[in-house]
Design a protein around this ligand. Structure first.
Ligand SMILES: Cc1ncc(COP(=O)(O)O)c(C=O)c1O
Length: 419
């Protein structure tokens, strides 16, 4: 397999070259208003989406397997979600009073997450994990948290050190030292981290299908040990389901019968609008009672706004067991059909349920993996398939087998051409 040099990269990416040129991007640092959409110096722009289709500003039609980083679980502009947004918006966009939609939304979340009875809303998944960590720190009156190397939990200071040295920039050393990073699925590392000073730790933060690590699941031995250690030492077990909530009715926490104290959700639960939420046991969530004597400070001008909440209610109502089973089967079809052809070129379709990550196993360094996935991104774009830049494909409920088969043909061809 060839390493990606700029020369062979250019040879493989004639389509990318078409986007080189002034497009008003100089108004934005590096050309991007949203950093995670950067897949090279320039990018095509989205102008419209409908169902599983998306069109860019050259009129090119794409199969949208990206779904805005897995959030759009019912595809683009689903009529029921758009109608819910329109209905809510006609009565006002955001208020300085609570609204009924937030109760309806929270009811649906706690109904899906057994044992967790209260919800606090934020405007992003980042804020949800940030709030979970601060809440755990406040309640335990301890400062350190344990996170898993490579797991992404958003970009707040306490959880960013999982991504290595570059991600530590801008984090004061004192703060950095309060985040202890252990290896993926490393039971001994977890025990060793806590053993000498258990009284230091407020929480363990887990993702049950960490995307950046390559969408692999930690073992039962690891997650149950984390639960046991939290019980032994009075720490909070925080599970980040911002992506994985789409995999089962109550996310992987429920599917794996894990007794979490606090679960962070986001992405799909806002129906395509900005959202995050913390769902937890009342003994922890009570810290957030605004009328409590020593309540934890938490703001959010737009949190739980009626438009997002209405979109989320419509989305969750559409996402019943049948829909979940159907998209999981489509995901399995995608992975099954890709396994053999991709293996011939050193790629693997990883993931589970409605999530798949196209992973280059012929390279080992994280930077090389990212580069191969970036090259694949462009090769797929040229063939009319949009995936997220880490090779993540997210199936939406508006897809069917024919769409998956078209995507399989394009992915197969793209990987062949790149090898
Ligand atoms: C597992 C996980 N947690 C947290 C986040 C942060 O969510 P947001 O981008 O909404 O801030 C992400 C975002 O991709 C994520 O994948």
């Amino acid at each position: 397999m060839k390493p990606a040099t700029s020369a062979n990269q250019a040879a493989h990416l004639p389509f990318a070259q078409a986007f080189v040129g002034p497009r008003g991007h100089s108004l934005l640092p590096g050309g991007f208003g949203k950093a995670i959409t950067a897949v090279g110096p320039w990018s095509p722009m989205a102008v419209r989406g409908a169902g599983w289709r998306l069109w860019d500003d050259t009129g090119k039609e794409l199969i949208d397997l990206h779904g805005n980083f897995t959030a759009n679980i019912h595809g683009n502009a689903h009529p029921a979600i758009v109608a819910a947004i329109e209905n809510a918006a006609q009565c006002g966009l955001s208020f300085g009073l609570p609204n009924h939609y937030e109760i309806e939304h929270a009811r649906r979340l706690v109904d899906r997450l057994a044992g967790l009875d209260q919800v606090r809303y934020t405007n992003s998944g980042t804020e949800a994990t940030q709030l979970a960590v601060r809440l755990a720190r406040a309640r335990t009156e301890r400062s350190a948290v344990i996170v898993v190397n490579g797991s992404y939990h958003g970009w707040s200071e306490s959880v960013l050190p999982t991504l290595g040295a570059r991600a530590n920039r801008g984090i004061p050393p004192g703060m950095r030292s309060e985040t202890i990073v252990i290896g993926f699925d490393d039971v001994e590392g977890l025990e060793a981290a806590i053993a000498s000073t258990p009284e230091r730790f407020a929480a363990i933060v887990l993702d049950l299908l960490p995307n950046r690590i390559g969408m692999v699941q930690p073992s039962d031995a690891f997650v149950q040990r984390a639960r046991r250690l939290c019980d032994l030492h009075g720490m909070a077990l925080i599970v980040d389901e911002v992506i994985s909530f789409r995999l089962a009715r109550g996310g992987l926490t429920t599917a794996r019968r894990l007794d979490a104290d606090l679960v962070c959700v986001g992405k799909l639960i806002g129906g395509g609008l900005p959202v995050g939420a913390l769902v937890g046991k009342p003994q922890w969530m009570g810290e957030l009672d605004p009328l409590g004597r020593n309540s934890l400070e938490h703001g959010g001008t737009f949190a739980a706004n009626p438009v997002t909440m209405a979109a989320g209610v419509a989305t969750l109502d559409l996402l019943d067991e049948d829909a979940l089973v159907r998209i999981a089967a489509l995901g399995q079809r995608l992975r099954d059909q890709l396994a053999e052809p991709l293996s011939r070129h050193g790629w693997e379709p990883r993931g589970m349920g409605s999530l798949c990550r196209l992973y280059p196993v012929f390279v080992t360094e994280a930077a090389e993996v990212a580069e191969q996935q970036r090259r694949l991104w462009w090769a797929l774009y040229e063939r009319g398939v949009l995936v997220a830049k880490h090779g993540v494909c997210a199936i939406s409920t508006v897809m069917d087998e024919a769409v998956i088969d078209r995507a399989v043909a394009a992915i197969d061809d793209a990987v062949k051409v790149l090898s």
